[in-house]
Structures are given as structure tokens and as C-alpha cells.
Design a protein around this ligand. Structure first.
Ligand SMILES: Cc1cc2nc3c(=O)[nH]c(=O)nc-3n(C[C@H](O)[C@H](O)[C@H](O)COP(=O)(O)OP(=O)(O)OC[C@H]3O[C@@H](n4cnc5c(N)ncnc54)[C@H](O)[C@@H]3O)c2cc1C
Length: 389
């Protein structure tokens, strides 16, 4: 067992670390000020310019296959990169990515959707959730009815990330009511020009998802992604693409928050002593550091299993669940350590506080992760001894 990074992993990680420190962190005061005014933190042109800078240095398409100009990096390396990016609240991501399920597209769809998405010319969104179907995604009611060589899509989707900006949607609809999620759901690629409507949803985060309405939107049969009836399987593949990545990013935020907390504790004097000398504060720091370390290994173990081609679903659910809970506890402690200042909008802590809350909800709530973990154990698909057996 080797818990060291390879030379290459260290080199790539360090490059990203420097990029974050030199290019992204200097933008934080301006991004924060804009968000306070209700504006978008990082403007699209700034994101593009940062992505171009990174691309010039060879950073493009972190997990995208080399055939499409990407770096084809593995899961462990991607997790290490996310941890570095998470250290800043500026919403930066490297360019050159496309949704994993777009790779099942046929040649024509690849040219129309996959390649332009990788190149940043088109934006996608993924729409399965509905007002009546979130955790229970099998209960979706949006329908697609066959009419000659066309399909007619009718229904409503909600909480769709990027739904108000997307050029096209990967929408999941019931095409065979009897089969439902077991072979009766199909994914369609639908351009905005076909007539679906979007409306942003205001959330406690700085940016919001959207609701989408399909009012008899007509699409040709050739809009089906993959095969008719295999949509639910595709949706699960999309959701399961990288549950380890969300907690990896949160972990970076937790590291930075605890560092902020320690800086504050060393200098904030009460009753003639820095608060860092009080056991109550030291325990907050100690507990946070232990939890960050535990989360690091949960995330890396899940990513390692992905790279080995093992069944990583249990490990990924554990990393997502633990990351969501612990990140929220840690940001709360760090806010507490800052006293009244922690509650103000002068510091970014309250912003992280709101942002990290989402981790316990999307891509499977805490309760759904627990359900998955317990079921895997009870049915014998996983062991409490973990992947070592
Ligand atoms: C900001 C944001 C972005 C999102 N982006 C997307 C996106 O891009 N595309 C997309 O399709 N969806 C997206 N979602 C939807 C997200 O995946 C759902 O909100 C999530 O799965 C929970 O579903 P729900 O909101 O309907 O809650 P519900 O399913 O109604 O759950 C309500 C509560 O009940 C609990 N619960 C539900 N079932 C059980 C059970 N069996 N046992 C115990 N407890 C249970 C839940 O854990 C939760 O606490 C996004 C959501 C948000 C908030």
C-alpha cells in the first residue's frame, strides 16, 4: 500500500495550486463585492480568459479523452485538482468538459452536441428532476409521445443547473408508461430553439438553477440519445459520474476555512489571551483537522476504486455523505470562531456557509446516500470491512 503521490501527481497538483493562488484568489475581493451587489461573481468573459490561460499551459478537458483534445486524467488526479480549486470560492472550472453521457451519442450528435460542448461553444443541462420527482427519480411524469417520425414532449422539470443559460437540454421523459424506469424512459437532446421555456429559481446560493417547461415540444426521432428506453440507465450514469468530486471540492473549502479560523484565533485576544489558547477553540480546530483528514481518504479511496475499475458506488456515497455533513459542521465552527465577524458579509464565511449547504441536497440527499449505503450492506453488495475485505 502506497499512500504517497507519484511525481506526476504532485507536479500537476502543484501547478493547479499555483494557478489558484496566482490567478484565482486575487479575484476574490471583486467577486465577493459583485455578489454582494446581486451580480454574477465571475463574469463569463473572465471565466473564458482564465480557461484560455490554463489551456495555454496544457490544462484543458481534465477527464476528456485525448482523441477530443483532453488530458484524460484519472479519478485520483481529478479529485486532487478539485481539492485545490475548492480552496477558492470563485467558481472556476477548467474548460474542455462535456457530460459523460454525451459520449454515447451517434456520429451526427457528436458533431452537433459533444464536440461544441467540449470546445465551450455550446452549453448543456441535465434535466431529470420534476416538481413531483426528486429523490424518487423513477416517478418522473414528463412524457414523450411518438407521432410519425417525431416525438412530442410534455412536462415540467425543476432545479436544473444551468437551465436558464443552456443551448440544449438532455431531458428524460417517459416513452412507455408500463415499463416506466425499467426500460420506458428515454433521453432526448433538445435545442432551446425547439421551444422549451426556462425560468430561473432564486436560491440561498449566489447562482440559481431553473425550471423548464415543455409544452408539446416536437423533436425528430433522431434526437434520442442512446437507445429508446435506456434513459433511466443514462440518468443514473450521469448522476454517478463522480460523487467523489463534490466532497473533494468541499474539502478544499474546509482546509481554507480552518486556516482562516486559525489565523483569526492566533490574533483575536479576549480576557488578555488569544482565543487560540482556549481549549474550546483548540477542540474546534482539532476536530475539524481530523474530519478533513478522514474526508481526504474517503474521497481518495473512492477515486482510487474508480481508477481501478472497481464497483465504487458504496465508497462514493460514503464520501458524498460524510463530506456534506462534515463540511457543514466545519464551516459552522469556523463561523463561530470568528464571533460576530463570522456572521457579516465582510468575510466570505457566510457565503461558504450557504454554498456548502447544497452539498447535502443535490446529486442525492444525505438520506438517499444513507439509504444506498445501508441497502448495499444489508443486501451483501458491500461489506463494513470496505474494499479490502
Ligand atoms: C441548486 C440545485 C441544483 C440542482 N441541479 C439539478 C440538475 O442539474 N438536474 C436535475 O435533474 N436535478 C437537479 N437538482 C435536483 C436535486 O437532485 C434534488 O433536489 C434532490 O435529488 C432532492 O429531491 P427533492 O428536492 O425533490 O427532495 P425530495 O425527494 O422531495 O426529498 C425531501 C426530503 O425527504 C428526504 N427523503 C426522500 N426520500 C426519502 C426516503 N426514501 N427515505 C428517507 N428520506 C427521504 C430527502 O432526503 C429530503 O430530505 C438540483 C437541486 C438543487 C437544489
Amino acid at each position: 500500500m502506497d499512500l504517497e503521490l507519484t511525481g506526476e501527481e504532485r507536479e500537476i497538483r502543484d501547478w493547479v495550486r499555483t494557478f489558484v493562488r496566482r490567478e484565482i484568489m486575487p479575484m476574490e475581493p471583486e467577486v465577493l463585492a459583485r455578489e454582494r451587489r446581486g451580480e454574477r461573481g465571475l463574469r463569463p468573459d473572465e471565466l473564458t480568459s482564465l480557461q484560455r490561460k490554463a489551456k495555454d499551459a496544457g490544462f484543458f478537458g481534465i477527464q476528456t479523452p485525448e482523441a477530443y483534445g483532453g488530458m484524460a486524467l484519472g479519478a485520483v488526479m481529478t479529485a486532487l485538482i478539485e481539492m485545490e480549486l475548492g480552496r477558492s470560492f470563485v467558481q472556476f472550472r477548467f474548460g474542455g468538459d462535456a457530460d459523460n453521457i454525451l459520449y454515447v451519442a451517434n456520429d451526427e450528435q457528436r458533431a452537433t452536441y459533444l464536440v461544441p460542448t467540449i470546445n465551450g461553444e455550446r452549453k448543456s443541462c441535465f434535466a431529470i428532476t420534476e416538481p413531483g420527482a426528486g429523490s424518487d427519480a423513477r416517478a418522473i411524469r414528463t412524457t414523450a409521445r411518438r407521432d410519425g417520425d417525431e416525438w412530442v414532449i410534455r412536462g415540467e422539470k425543476t432545479f436544473i443547473t444551468g437551465g436558464d443559460e443552456a443551448d440544449f437540454v438532455m431531458v428524460f421523459a417517459v416513452t412507455d408508461r408500463e415499463k416506466g424506469a425499467d426500460g420506458g424512459v428515454t433521453c432526448f437532446l433538445v435545442d432551446r430553439e425547439r421551444g422549451w421555456q426556462s425560468r430561473p429559481i432564486d436560491t440561498m446560493g449566489e447562482w440559481g438553477p431553473a425550471s423548464l417547461v415543455f409544452d408539446d415540444v416536437r423533436v425528430p426521432h433522431s434526437s434520442i440519445l442512446g437507445e429508446e428506453g435506456n434513459g433511466f440507465e443514462l440518468a443514473m450514469r450521469w448522476i454517478g459520474k463522480g460523487r467523489y468530486l463534490l466532497p473533494a471540492r468541499a474539502l478544499g473549502a474546509c482546509e481554507r476555512l480552518v486556516e482562516m479560523g486559525m489565523d483569526h484565533a492566533r490574533t483575536r485576544v479576549t480576557f488578555s489571551k488569544p482565543i487560540a489558547e482556549r481549549q474550546a477553540i483548540q477542540w474546534m480546530i482539532a476536530d475539524s483537522a481530523v474530519e478533513i483528514e478522514a474526508l481526504r481518504w474517503l474521497v481518495l479511496s473512492a477515486a482510487w476504486q474508480v481508477d481501478r475499475g472497481l464497483d465504487s458506488r458504496q465508497a462514493q456515497s460514503m464520501a458524498k455523505l460524510y463530506g456534506g455533513i462534515k463540511a457543514n459542521e466545519i464551516v459552522d465552527r469556523v463561523l463561530q470562531m470568528h464571533g460576530g465577524m463570522g456572521y457579516t458579509r465582510e468575510l466570505p464565511i457566510e457565503r461558504w456557509y450557504r454554498e456548502l449547504r447544497l452539498l447535502r441536497i443535490y446529486e442525492g440527499t444525505d438520506e438517499i446516500q444513507r439509504r444506498t449505503i445501508a441497502r448495499n450492506l444489508l443486501r451483501g453488495h458491500a461489506s463494513v470491512r470496505g474494499h479490502l475485505g
